[in-house]
Design a protein around this ligand. Structure first.
Ligand SMILES: [Zn+2]
Length: 482
């Protein structure tokens, strides 16, 4: 069996693995390259993937860096090729890919308007028609661990090959999904693949969430593998405990209320935003905080929150109870969702304290850009980084303490306080990654992906120290034979 790495090797975007057993070809994720160097040409290059020869596709979760290039394959996939994912992943993938197509088409129209006569303009990466042909192939895996969430009654007839949630997806290939605790519906994938040289078990961790955080259940680590692909986003450091993070967040909001200043929070629409809103609700309900306005400046995040509400069985028991009693809404009485960009821009003229949550999470586009442009030079303003800021992003420059930055083509002095609350991260820290890996018997061969070089070298050293003999840190285009 041979596994080709299509991306997220030495970087954190573009996840994709092509498994070729000799009898079947299965693709795990096919995400978009984002951030520095992520050109259209790079995204268009399918690498080793020939869509016409794929037998099945499996998704770990809905984030764009795991699903964003599927529409490039859609028109050429064979008729029987299904895309297997959990039910919440299916709903979120639809939302994320439709948004991505809207951006591609919008960028293309802008390029056409700005093109000189006779200048060649590339077509959009994809449009709604291609996204539509992806969503038609999505097929729900209703059963995934832990056991409390198993509900075979929701499985399509004949989908389950046997007990324990195993699902046959191609000739000699079966998969099982386990909770990954990263965003709603996120899963790690166990794959049993029988090729010409016998059967092997390969585990794809997907993105692993933190333990003991709200909404998402804890990750459910597998116990057996011949080869495991493990993410390493935070392979070199731990986050602060969640409770400490929330109390730091409280201090930030109190200061903002006192200074009558804004708190800007760049956040991913799916996962991070819901955790932030959950925490704000909790703080406003329990801590006699001044109830300052919260602006959710992201229609997409609002739609993602709606999808969260429609899949209570994929959230943890505490969140289910809070939701059923209406407590979360009670804590968010000052929340307003801004639908139009006019509403978003109107905030620039507004004085007083407020919390503004907007995308993109890395400050490389989206509505957060004009909020930063209009506020980052003001004393008293605070920006709270809650997620991973890739090398080269505006977010990374800000958290590294740049005195001045370029935003939307203009040079701006940074006087705002830039804070990092890593405890809100959707990714496990180093100890949680080692905890997850520690459940695997016999320290199997491990390939570290989805991390920058420094982070995965550090995690590799820790794993070797724990007796894992073979730890690979493959680069894009590499392949692993098993
Ligand atoms: Zn993710």
């Amino acid at each position: 069996m041979r596994i080709d790495l299509c991306g997220a090797a030495g970087e954190v975007t573009g996840s994709g693995y092509l498994v070729d057993t000799g009898r079947a070809r299965v693709l795990i994720d096919f995400g978009m390259f984002q951030g520095r160097g992520a050109t259209d040409a790079r995204n268009r290059d399918l690498g080793p993937v020939d869509p016409a020869r794929l037998d099945a596709i499996v998704l770990t979760h809905a984030h764009l860096d795991h699903t964003g290039r599927l529409p490039l394959l859609a028109e050429r996939l064979p008729r029987q090729c299904r895309i297997h994912a959990t039910a919440p992943t299916i709903d979120l993938t639809r939302l994320i890919l439709e948004d991505s197509a809207r951006i591609q088409v919008g960028d293309h129209e802008r390029d056409l308007r700005h093109a000189r006569p006779g200048e060649r303009v590339d077509p959009p990466l994809y449009a709604h028609a291609e996204v539509e042909s992806v969503t038609q192939r999505l097929s729900p895996v209703a059963v995934w661990t832990p056991a409390e969430r198993r509900n075979p009654a929701h499985c399509p007839p004949g989908a389950l090959a046997g007990g324990d949630g195993w699902l046959q997806i191609a000739d000699g290939v079966r998969i099982r999904m386990r909770e990954a605790g990263h965003i709603l519906g996120s899963a790690s994938i166990e794959m049993d693949a029988a090729g010409t040289g016998g059967s092997r078990r390969v585990v794809f961790s997907g993105d692993i969430g933190q333990r003991d955080t709200p909404i998402h259940p804890d990750p459910d680590p597998p116990s057996e593998a011949d080869l495991v692909f493990l993410e390493s986003t935070y392979g070199d450091r731990n986050h602060r405990p969640f409770a400490e993070t929330v109390s730091e967040f409280q201090t930030i909001i109190r200061a903002a209320a006192w200074d009558r200043a804004k708190v800007l929070i760049p956040a991913f629409a799916v996962g991070r935003t819901q955790i932030l809103l959950w925490s704000l609700s909790e703080l406003f309900r329990r801590h006699a905080m001044p109830r300052i306005p919260i602006y959710l400046d992201s229609p997409m995040a609002a739609r993602a929150s709606e999808i969260y509400r429609t899949h209570p069985c994929a959230t943890d028991a505490e969140t289910r109870a809070l939701q059923a009693s209406g407590a979360i809404e009670r804590g968010l009485r000052t929340l307003r969702v801004l639908e139009t960009s006019e509403q978003s821009r109107a905030l620039n003229d507004e004085w007083g304290s407020s919390i503004i949550i907007a995308g993109s999470g890395t400050c490389d586009g989206g509505r957060i850009m004009h909020h930063l442009l209009h506020n980052v030079w003001k004393q008293g303003v605070q920006m709270v980084a809650t997620g991973f800021m890739p090398e080269g992003s505006l977010g990374r420059r800000l958290i590294e303490g740049a005195r001045s930055v370029r935003i939307l083509g203009r040079s701006v002095e940074v006087r705002a306080k830039i804070r990092t609350l890593g405890g809100f991260s959707a990714h496990a820290g180093r100890d949680d990654l080692l905890w997850w890996h520690g459940h695997l018997q016999d320290a199997p061969r491990t390939a570290l992906t989805h991390g920058e070089q420094r982070q995965r070298e550090s995690l590799a050293a820790a794993l070797r120290g724990r007796g894992v003999r073979t730890v690979d840190v493959p680069m894009r285009g590499a392949s692993i034979e098993l």
